[in-house]
Design a protein around this ligand. Structure first.
Ligand code: NAP
Ligand code: G4F
Length: 344
């Protein structure tokens, strides 16, 4: 049985990847962090699975990573663990670098020392394109990071490439554009919109308060994106790939589609921080702008060119934005009702 080692199993992508690897017959060694409250909600259904073994670990602890890789000797390593919130990275830049940048170095170093035949996947990000130099962005587009998170991830990207070239390791960067799901963290914009709008609709919250609603992203469905991670490690040669839908939409557009799912017709009034989004029929204010959610430096637009992945991996996104909104709104209406004890 092949062995996989996955950091960040408690996160959105980690939970989908563990499910995929179980399906493919792997023994999956996942890392979790000790927390003062339970943080395993996304993988609780997998905890007792015979193919799953969980280990306490942290990307800031190299002795722990060395021991784990020396004993497990995995065939594949997926480095998904990260302080992954862009806005938070401005508040904890040094910690973000410790986890996202040098954490990746620690893991690569452990692999080089204890299991150099393993294959390594690095969760690189479209945030590295930042202030974009061309549209759409491909594997050859120059980088221009705009946050401590993106700068840390750029180090991780290059150290992965450097270990591949220096030590002949099988190490790949998946440059993934934004991908969302019903398991997305609630502080990322899509999930914030779908949970908060569900709460507004049910009378549990007044409005949804957002920052820059004119930012544009290439949003895909996370469950499909973990398949691309696995495919990258099944090729003859290691390489880097952009994973994206090839379509770009604004946060404003995501709000409109989510509101429409609930039967509202969102119309906009005012501008800047005084802009509001109102339901045309009832006049109810659904969206307000809140300066707290603006970032010191913004990534205005990201649009991926996934043609290399389609050509070489045979991977193509199937879920479009409308279907993604359906999946997330449907799930969040259920989740929010359950949390509020609303029985139908
Ligand atoms: P996520 O939901 O925030 O999950 C991050 C995971 O990393 C969690 O399991 C978290 O553990 C773990 N983690 C945090 N700090 C750690 C540390 N010091 N040591 C070990 N693990 C740590 O993120 P995601 O959306 O699944 O993203 C997965 C990866 O892909 C991340 O590296 C992210 O930066 C990258 N990425 C994401 C996207 C996207 O759109 N989702 C796009 C491109 C790249 P806790 O649960 O204990 O906090
Ligand atoms: O959902 P977001 O926080 O995602 P962001 O910053 O694009 O980062 C995510 O995707 C990256 C891939 O490109 C990953 F690497 C990263 O780990 C993470 O998963 O914000 C999206 C956009 C931004 O422009 C932000 O300014 O939405 C804008 N936005 C507007 N109002 C908001 C809000 N973002 C958040 N989180 N909260 C708001 O209230």
């Amino acid at each position: 049985m092949k062995r996989a080692f996955v950091t960040g199993t408690t996160g959105q992508d980690g939970s989908y990847l563990v499910e995929l690897l179980i399906e493919k017959g792997y023994e999956v060694h996942g890392t979790i962090r000790r927390a003062s409250v339970f943080n395993t909600a996304r993988i609780d259904h997998l905890m007792d699975h015979p193919q799953v073994k969980l280990h306490h670990s942290d990307l800031t602890d190299s002795s722990n990573l060395n021991k784990l890789l020396a004993t497990i000797k995995p065939d594949e390593i997926y480095n998904l663990g990260a302080q992954s919130h862009v806005a938070v990275s401005f508040e904890v830049p040094e910690y973000t670098a410790q986890v996202d940048a040098t954490g990746t170095l620690r893991l690569l170093d452990a692999m080089h020392s204890f299991c150099p035949e393993a294959r390594f996947y690095q969760a690189s990000t479209s945030e590295m394109y930042g202030k974009v130099r061309e549209v759409p962005q491909s594997e050859t587009t120059p980088f221009y990071p705009r946050s401590p998170y993106a700068v840390a991830k750029l180090y991780a990207y290059w150290i992965t490439k450097n270990f591949r070239e220096s030590y002949d390791l099988y190490a790949c960067n998946g440059i993934l554009f934004n991908h969302e799901s019903e398991r997305r963290g609630r502080t990322f914009v899509t999930r914030k919109i779908t949970t908060n709008l569900a709460q507004v609709h049910l009378g549990l919250r007044d409005t949804v308060r957002l920052g820059n609603i004119d930012a544009k992203r290439d949003w895909g469905y996370a469950k499909e994106y973990v398949e691309a991670m696995w495919l990258m490690l099944q090729q003859d040669e290691p390489d880097d790939f952009v994973i994206a839908t090839g379509e770009m939409h604004s946060v404003r557009d995501f709000c409109e589609r989510s509101a429409s799912w609930l039967g509202y017709n969102l119309v906009w009034e005012g501008e800047g921080v005084t802009e509001i989004g109102r339901d045309e029929t009832t006049g109810k204010v659904l969206i307000e702008i809140d300066e707290r959610y603006f970032r010191p430096a913004e990534v205005e637009e990201l649009l991926g060119d996934p043609s290399k992945a389609e050509r070489e991996l045979g991977w193509k996104a199937k879920v479009g934005l409308d279907e993604l909104v359906d999946i997330m709104m449907e799930s969040d209406m259920r989740v929010v009702k359950k949390e509020a004890g609303i029985v139908e």
